[in-house]
Design a protein around this ligand. Structure first.
Ligand code: ZN
Ligand code: MN
Ligand code: MN
Length: 281
């Protein structure tokens, strides 16, 4: 049985995310635990946190996943943005602990022209600092990116070099985004090619690091580096590609989150249905 869900809104109050996940028929779900477009963090009250935790327990949905907001950039050069980014990831780890959310997904950011090596050291230092600040069982999942200009974490080798320097490696896992991987040049659409990509992942990172899947189709072709998500089966990965992906034991044993668009062609429920259909046939 696959375990699949979507990104849901926390509008109103954070526990409403659980209601929305339930209404959409999710087995798992992802949230932004706060407004993803700002820097401001309003601390959670005990009441807010316990309402979320209680609802979650009752729902039977698991795991909930938290995604870092958009503004923090862990690879930013030294300065205000970098400092605020460390504060943001530290606060977010803390919030996940309070909400009993086991996984926090983060992008690796952009070095903004300061160079890959400099960016890498900034990420490592940010994560090590945050882990020293917050002692809890929350895992930080590094997400592979679309390998756009100046962006960090577009290749498995790149992520390896980051993990190598993390002090508390048992607190790190990987979120594999199918759209990002595909547009970064990793072919996934046939059994042989998926095997090659996963084998490469295993060689470089180790499949035991793979913790979560972001299942998205791509508006751009293989290697296009275009980070635009498409409905499952309607993009360049296509239905046949997803059928292959959704029949791989190494993938379907993991929680799967869709970050697909909502528009006049499809909503979340239709994409969830499509995934379950492709996984079953
Ligand atoms: Zn992401
Ligand atoms: Mn993603
Ligand atoms: Mn994306």
């Amino acid at each position: 049985m696959i375990h699949v869900g979507v990104h849901v809104s926390i509008a109103g109050s954070i526990d409403k995310a659980v209601d929305r996940a339930q209404e959409k028929g999710c087995d798992t779900f992802q949230i932004f635990s706060r407004n993803p477009r700002g820097w401001k963090i309003k601390p959670l009250s005990d009441k807010e946190a316990s309402r979320f935790v209680e609802k979650l327990e009752k729902s039977g949905i698991y795991p909930p996943v938290d995604h870092m907001p958009y503004l923090p950039n862990l690879a930013a050069p030294p300065g205000e943005v970098y400092d605020k980014s460390i504060e943001a990831v530290t606060a977010e780890l803390q919030r996940c602990g309070e909400l009993q959310i086991p996984y926090l997904v983060t992008h690796l950011g952009s070095h903004r022209g300061s160079g890959e090596e400099e960016g890498l050291q900034q990420i490592v230092s940010a994560i090590n600092t945050a882990f020293r600040e917050v002692e809890n069982g929350v895992m930080l999942l590094l997400e592979n990116t679309a390998d756009t200009k100046n962006s960090m974490g577009g290749t498995f080798e790149h992520i390896r070099r980051i993990i190598d320097q993390i002090e508390q490696k048992d607190r790190i896992g990987i979120c594999f985004d199918t759209c990002h991987a595909f547009v970064a040049g990793y072919e996934l659409r046939t059994k042989a090619n998926l095997e090659k990509t996963l084998q490469h992942f295993d060689d470089v990172l180790g499949l035991e690091q793979l913790t979560l899947i972001h299942l998205n189709d791509a508006k751009g072709g293989l290697g296009s580096k275009l980070d635009r998500h498409e409905h499952i089966g309607l993009g360049y990965i296509g239905e046949d590609g997803f059928r292959v992906i959704l029949h791989d034991e190494r993938i379907i044993k993991l929680p799967i989150i869709l970050e697909t668009p909502v528009d006049d062609r499809r909503g979340d429920s239709e994409n969830l249905q499509k995934v379950r259909e492709l996984a079953a046939h």
